[in-house]
Design a protein around this ligand. Structure first.
Ligand code: MG
Length: 214
């Protein structure tokens, strides 16, 4: 059995969903936004730890459930072109496809299920709320921790060939720690030069992956 582990932010969708959430916030301000983007970038490049990056961003994002709903509408229109184009592939392989994201279920599930992804095959974080406002996230969830994707893969203990598709360092880490056979750096939306040398394949689009695994 082959498993296709697919990242969400900047891979399944064109953007970083937390950045979009903060833009949709009623409390939006450009200074906080720039800070959030910078932190995202540092995390993606492996320059600060993931848990540090997530903790800092959640403290800066002041959002509520209404902002989340607005963001889902935005993200719906920001699915990567080659994913939109290959819905039949995604549907046909939905028992093999696992979405593993350090983003949040609230911003992922409503989008990807439309592409045939099975709900039980989505692994992500969850927000904690108080009076409709986001006040934090579940820190016991592996995906909120550093090396979270690695920890989760270890726990899932999948038997078969593991292919990881993603744009970031945390995706590569799965292969680095010996839990995947191949790492495909997804460059349709962003090409992170610092990770290029670590990739087994560079994917300009999902079409290329479909060709490779045929
Ligand atoms: Mg990503």
């Amino acid at each position: 059995m082959n498993y296709f582990i697919i990242d969400y932010d900047s891979t399944f969708i064109k953007v970083e969903s937390l950045d979009e959430l903060s833009k949709n916030s009623k409390n939006y301000n450009i200074k906080a936004q720039k800070k959030i983007e910078k932190i995202t970038e540092l995390g993606m490049e492996g320059k600060i730890s993931f848990s540090e990056s997530l903790g800092k961003r959640i403290r800066l994002i002041k959002c509520d459930k209404e902002d989340i709903n607005k963001t889902i509408q935005t993200l719906d229109g920001l699915v990567s072109e080659s994913f939109k184009k290959n819905i039949p592939f995604l549907k046909k392989n939905n028992d093999k496809i696992i979405i593993i994201s350090s983003g949040f279920h609230e911003l992922i599930d409503p989008i990807v299920v439309k592409y045939g992804i099975k709900k039980e095959n989505i692994y992500a974080n969850r927000f904690l709320y108080k009076n409709q406002n986001i006040i934090g996230y579940d820190k016991n969830n592996y995906l909120s921790q550093s090396q979270g994707k690695v920890k989760l893969l270890r726990k899932l203990n999948l038997k078969g060939k593991i292919h990881v598709i993603g744009d970031g360092y945390t995706d590569y880490e799965i292969k680095k720690e010996g839990l995947a056979n191949s790492f495909y750096l997804f460059t349709e939306n962003i090409k992170r030069e610092s990770i290029v040398k670590s990739a087994d394949y560079l994917l300009k689009s999902l079409d290329q992956f479909i060709k490779i695994i045929k």
